[in-house]
Write a protein that binds this ligand. Sequence first.
Ligand code: SF4
Length: 226
Amino acid sequence: MNSPDSWHEEIFLSEMTAKVADALAEGIDASALAQTVAACAATAADFCAGRPFACAPGCPHCCVLNVAVLLPEAMTIALWLRERLSGAELTGLQKRLAAHRSWARWMDDDERILKQMSCPLLDSFGGCSVHPVRPLACHAITSLDSQCCREALMPAVTDEERLVPADLLRKAVFDAAFTALASGLRLTGLDDRSIELGTGVLAFLEHPELQESFLAGGRFPRDLWL
Ligand code: SF4
């Protein structure tokens, strides 16, 4: 198991950025871009292999927090959903994503916790419906104590500090993977901005043409961030 002593952020960042830039340099299609995103997550997961965490299916307490994704992450999730869901299921999901967006778009984490604004990608069993392609930010947040999570994320107004023991090394590694992916995008002239998870996924589901535009170096419409 890797320890904090074996973590060299600068090296990890420069190696992963170079790999992303190489993969993107020759021109890339949506499926190859999804593989590049998956490779970033897999490299970070390999580094964290064997490190403990208490997270498990059916424990969705942290899935009320804001999640920022890079556009290729949102595109990958949208692609994955489009390949698996029926037309009716996709229509229902798009409605849930749109409703969540209009309710939660200006909320900070405290307000989301108070109103229990669960991620629209959470399934009815408390599991992540896109677990194999979940965002790097979701990989980054793991708890070492599920009871602490439950208490910290209960909808209550309090001045008390509610702390959750977490694996900070895992967070640092996945945050670095996110930064490296963004740097690789920037180096190859692709849009490197992040966006709220549901907003980004909904945009790619509602407007499939954004995929080609993104891959050709186009910029996403600014009003998605307003
Ligand atoms: S994408 Fe999955 S893991 Fe991330 S917040 Fe949503 S349900 Fe939770």
